[in-house]
Design a protein around this ligand. Structure first.
Ligand code: SAH
Length: 453
């Protein structure tokens, strides 16, 4: 087998990342994205390694039973969705097996109960946030999405994961940039002003935040842009200009300037009101996040006298939805604005047993431990890279009865569970929750219990 060969393949399984797996006549494994189990295809070989190869679909000879017709023109080109060609049931099956596989292979754990994936009833337009890059074209600035594993921008006027409303913001911004002859930022030349358009929508309160990320401090004639947005979008609550002059992949800079409104929006989650400002994390799928937090709250099994430590707490959302169940809540979060939001959020909901610390979870937890704080339950919700071994050691030394691990990356979750399992804690149960339908990602919540002190 060599590059550019066209071979026949029958897809017999899927990888955890969603590629189809088939074997050629010599038994060499070929990975082909955007396939379904049962597909018979002609694949074009793109890259050959010693024991396996990568290919792409050249032609589908016989489609799998699990296939559906993709409903998006950018599917397979844009790096967002992986499963628009599959029935939702098979997507959930693949995701559940991704979790089981990670726990067994990376975590070295067997017999862990992994529940059925919690359904997302709304497979389209469930996201409440978009961060759109833009580029200069002959007809002006155009927004789009990054192609998979690249910074090439695929133009797309509508994304089926996002609210329809976002299209309006995109259109107004593109028109404004063209009419005022301003440019998109170019990563290579480091020239141009507009880097990203960042939009957030609070669906329960119908409030929209629009944030422009600028290589500089602002845009020329930006008052006209703000006025046009205000006149055309009744949902608009605030407009913020974020300044990012660094040569970096990080989208947001640290400085915000409010051009309209208060600089934040508010949403309702699990019956509580939350203020979210641009730099604060907020789950992108609100209704599924409610299910996630409800399971986390059940797993925590808090008692009236308990101390709850919420590590990686963002704007306080998880801890604040549990605070009525315990004596004291301590949250830890590294982003200062999120900590400010967390305090306000406690106030908005009449919660007065909460305290928030701004700092790195690893060091803050160690400080709390040496200060003699003994949490009964610890919730962790780290970014994709998971926990550090040092933080896990500190958590174990704090000796909580229970740990609830919320994770957006089941591979790092599995790695961390291995360390907990080797240190007097046992993994009780994992529930995957489908927060990111049609994409390869799966959120998990895991209950971990102390076996002995
Ligand atoms: N639990 C929150 C936020 C989860 S996202 C929610 O459900 O909304 C992860 C959070 O961890 C983000 O707010 C991020 O800013 C924060 N974070 C990232 N690295 C951190 C670190 N080293 N220490 C503390 N917080 C960190």
């Amino acid at each position: 087998m060599k590059k550019n060969d066209i071979i026949k393949l029958k897809i017999t399984s899927m990888t955890s990342q969603g590629s189809g797996v088939g074997k050629n006549d010599d038994g060499i494994v070929v990975f082909v994205p955007f396939c379904a189990v049962g597909d018979e295809i002609e694949a074009k070989i793109l890259k050959v390694k010693k024991t396996y190869a990568y290919g792409k679909i050249e032609r589908i000879i016989n489609p799998s039973y699990f296939r559906i017709t993709p409903d998006c023109e950018a599917f397979t080109k844009c790096g967002g969705c992986a499963y628009r060609h599959l029935s939702y049931n098979s997507e959930k099956e693949i995701k559940r097996h991704r979790v089981i596989d990670a726990v067994e292979r990376i975590g070295g754990l067997s017999g862990i109960k992994v529940k059925e994936v919690v359904d997302n009833k709304r497979l389209s337009r469930y996201r409440n946030k978009a961060q759109l890059p833009c580029k200069n074209t002959e007809s002006g600035v155009e927004f789009g999405f990054y192609a998979a594993h690249s910074h090439r921008i695929i133009p797309l006027s509508d994304c089926l994961l996002q609210p329809k409303l976002f299209k309006k913001v995109i259109g107004i911004t593109e028109d404004f940039m063209r009419e005022t002859a301003q440019n998109a930022y170019d990563e290579n030349s480091e020239q141009g002003k507009l880097r990203h358009l960042y939009i957030r929508y609070a669906e329960m309160t119908n409030q929209l935040m629009v944030c422009f990320i600028i290589n500089g401090n602002g845009l020329k004639h930006e008052d006209v842009l703000v006025k046009t947005l205000k006149e055309n979008i009744p949902e608009l609550k605030t407009v913020v200009f974020n300044s990012n002059k660094e040569k970096t992949n990080v989208i947001l800079g640290s400085k915000n300037r409010v051009a309209y409104g208060n600089g934040y929006i508010e949403d309702i989650l699990c019956g509580k009101r939350f203020r979210i400002s641009p730099l604060s994390f907020y789950q992108v799928n609100r209704s599924q996040a409610e299910k996630l937090y409800t399971i986390a709250r059940d797993y925590a099994e808090l008692k009236k006298g308990d101390v709850l430590l919420d590590l990686y707490c963002g704007a306080g959302t998880i801890g604040l939805t549990m605070a009525d169940k315990c004596k004291k809540l301590i949250g830890v979060e590294i982003i200062e604005d999120a900590v400010k939001d967390a305090y306000i959020n406690a106030g908005l909901n009449g919660i007065n047993n909460a305290e928030f610390i701004c700092g790195d979870a690893e060091y803050a937890a160690e400080k709390l431990r040496t200060d003699g704080i003994k949490p009964d339950v610890i919730v962790v919700d780290p970014p994709r890279k998971g926990l550090t071994p040092e933080l896990i050691d500190t958590i174990v030394e704090m000796n909580p009865e229970r740990i609830v691990y919320v994770s957006c990356d089941c591979e790092t979750l599995a790695r961390d569970l291995k360390q907990f399992n080797a240190n007097y804690y046992s993994i009780k149960e994992i529930t995957p929750v489908d927060l990111f339908s049609r994409t390869p990602h799966i959120e998990c919540v895991c209950k971990i219990e102390r076996t002995k002190s």
